[in-house]
Design a protein around this ligand. Sequence first.
Ligand code: NI
Length: 282
Amino acid sequence: MLPTDTGTDINTNINTDSTSNAATIPLIWDSHAHLDDNRFKGDLEEVLGRAQEVGIRRMLNVGHSEVSSRHSMDMAERYDFIYASVGIHPHDAKDCTSATWDKLALWAKHPKVVAWGEIGLDYYRDLSPRDLQKRVFIEQIALANAAGLPIIIHDRDAHGDLVNIVKNHPPTSGGVFHSYSGSWEMAKGLLDQGFYLSFSGPLTYPDSRRAAEVAAQVPGDRFLVETDCPYLPPQPYRGKRNEPAYVHHVVERLAQIRNCSYEEIAELSSANIVRLFHKVQG
Ligand code: NI
């Protein structure tokens, strides 16, 4: 199955059944980037150029605060290949007011805002009280449901509470666990609920056994690829700034784990991204 967003402007010969052409670059998405981060201030154009060279066709710039949600939308307006999400990260739960929700609900109507996130729970850094993190997460699931948007979930050391919340407050337009870090056991339950799982740089690390176990078994129509740049660089760039072009390392690793071609992973992940983020235009 070909992704539904294949265009005519770029070579789209990414079907593994077709005769392969050495010059063909399979098209991929970076489904989770933070290009509005200060670390991209000096060389954003070069970063975007390198991404296009390795076949990144689209990127989703993910909001994590009121300011970054606004910046994500600005970037989506400036670049036709960038989409945006809006949402408040659990770190910033303590700074939310009803005015925040009014703004985000309005921005969610923007044609290029295709998801609500990243939202969730972070018990690793605990920058907001846990009860408040939970309340703000639940509030945003309701807002995403009202806006008809899928959610992007951040889960750091909070598996149990997260699973309970999404069971009791299911997102009606679906969602993805970004940079999935749980077990295969937990993944099975989430897949049953219709969630997607997204893989990032840590899948390429030598100690990624748990993520690799999930990546080997997740159904072909349920995984996404992402960088989470400037964070989580793949193995060759550990300790450095991550950027969208490096997502091809994640695609390569998935192909290796699943014993299939790079093209197949590119094709499946792109199709999955377009299916989940249904407001995306081809
Ligand atoms: Ni992120």
